[in-house]
Structures are given as structure tokens and as C-alpha cells.
Design a protein around this ligand. Structure first.
Ligand code: BGC
Length: 246
């Protein structure tokens, strides 16, 4: 079974056809940069370009960085606010002519990792964090993934959203050292451990490829591992989501 997986992020959308039986990408991943925030209409066009790139006609799974209920987008912290209230399946279905299944981007990464990646065969409590433009999160237990919004956990004097203090985008923008940034992540993970008591913590997002540089500054009780799909987890999980929804 083949499905096109698309991961909409704060600075680009990435996509590839995925074999949903194995989680393998069936073609080289395609990336469309979005240097400024696109309106829903512009994003729909970019998604259509992605489908055209792969000459795609079948089902498409899309990971979106916001709260998703069915196919309605309820939050858009790092993208255009006009997405709020949009029906994503209608928006992207119209531009591509394909059936669309929408899922939160971090939940998509969790689905991929629990099926085929760092959490496969693990039934215990797993917290997955994605570090990118924002901080994505989901919890899995018995392999079942629940989307969370822990990036918006209030962070004391730093504001109402922890992600503004510790996303990977902050590491770049503020020119933090790995040690400084790792220290911030350590404090955050310590709070999350008190609340959720995960046995396994999986870290995804582009920066997870550099995990050796900052994991040493995070000292959790749980086992801490990088996402096996690194930054492709969102693509693979979105494709799996679309396949499961059929
Ligand atoms: C959004 C989440 C998303 C995360 C990572 C946050 O700002 O609210 O829904 O999973 O960013 O993209």
C-alpha cells in the first residue's frame, strides 16, 4: 500500500510516497521551502505542487503543526492565523484532487516511531518531542498515540509557551551553545517527567540528527533516544495515518 506523506512545517513542507507496510520512503524526499508564512490558499498550492512532483493521484496524509479535530485546524502558533477554523481536508483536497487525512505533525512522528522506529514493539509509556520551529509532543501507551500540546506549557518568566524558549529555532536565532540549549531542555524534560512519568523519551525534528551534541546535557530518568526516522518521522506517520483512516 502506497500513500503520499506530507509534513507541513514552519519553514518548509516535505513529502515522499511511503510504503505503509514497511514505513520506507519510496522516492527521494521532496522539499518546498516556505521562507515566509503562507496563507492557506498559498499552502494549498504548495501542497498541490508536492503532489504534482510525485505525479500523485491517491490518498495523501498531511501532518500539520496545530491542534486538529477530524480535519478542522484549531490552532496555528507558527503559521498564518487564517488556518484557524479551516477544514484542512477540504482545503488540500480541492487543490490536489486527492483524498486527504490530516493529523497533528508530532502525533504523525509518534505514529511512525511507534510502528517502525525507536518505539516499535514497546508497550510502555512513551513521550515523543519534536524540536523544530516549535515544540511538538505526543504520548504513546500500548503503542496508541495521543497528540499533546506541551510546547505551549507555561514557562515561568519566559512566557506562556515553553517552545518560545526552547524550540530548535531558538537555538539558531539566539545563537545558544549546545550546552545552554541542552540545559534548557533538561529543565523542561524534568518538569514533563514529573507530570507524565514516561519510560521512554523519543526526540525528533531536524536537530535530532545532532543528538550527540545535546543529549549529554539532558539527564532524564527515562531512556532518551533520537527518532529513528529523524526528520522523516512526520512524513512516514502522516502516510500511515492516511492509510489507517481508509
Ligand atoms: C503546535 C503543535 C505542533 C508543534 C510542532 C506547536 O506550536 O502548537 O501543534 O505539534 O508546534 O510543530
Amino acid at each position: 500500500m502506497k500513500t503520499l506523506g506530507i509534513d507541513i512545517g514552519g519553514s518548509a513542507l516535505k513529502g515522499a510516497p511511503v510504503d505503509t507496510k514497511t514505513g520506507q520512503l519510496l522516492a527521494e524526499r521532496h522539499r518546498i521551502d516556505t521562507p515566509r508564512n503562507l496563507t492557506p490558499k498559498e499552502m494549498a498550492r504548495a501542497v498541490a505542487h508536492m503532489a504534482e512532483h510525485f505525479d500523485w493521484k491517491g490518498p495523501i496524509g498531511i501532518g500539520f503543526p496545530g491542534v486538529i479535530e477530524e480535519s478542522t485546524i484549531w490552532t496555528s502558533a507558527n503559521l498564518d492565523k487564517k488556518f484557524i477554523g479551516c477544514d484542512g481536508a477540504k482545503l488540500f483536497g480541492k487543490s490536489t484532487g486527492c483524498p486527504i487525512a490530516l493529523v497533528n505533525d508530532a502525533a504523525a512522528a509518534g505514529i511512525a516511531e511507534m510502528h517502525f522506529g525507536a518505539g516499535r514493539d514497546f508497550m510502555g509509556k512513551t513521550l515523543l518531542l519534536t524540536l523544530g520551529t516549535g515544540v511538538g509532543s505526543c504520548l504513546a501507551y500500548q503503542g496508541v498515540v495521543t497528540p499533546l500540546e506541551l510546547g505551549h506549557f507555561p514557562w515561568g518568566k519566559h512566557g506562556d509557551s515553553a517552545e518560545k524558549f526552547l524550540a530548535a529555532s531558538v537555538l539558531e536565532q539566539k545563537g545558544l551553545s549546545w550546552k545552554e540549549w541542552g540545559g534548557r531542555l533538561h529543565d523542561y524534560v524534568a518538569v514533563l517527567e514529573k507530570l507524565f512519568w514516561p519510560e521512554l523519551i523519543i526526540v525528533g525534528g531536524g536537530v535530532s540528527a545532532d543528538h550527540k551534541k545535546f543529549f549529554k546535557f539532558i539527564k532524564p530518568r527515562a531512556k532518551l533516544v533520537p527518532a529513528e526516522f529523524f526528520n522523516n518521522a512526520g512524513i512516514v506517520g502522516a502516510a500511515l495515518w492516511a492509510a489507517e483512516k481508509k
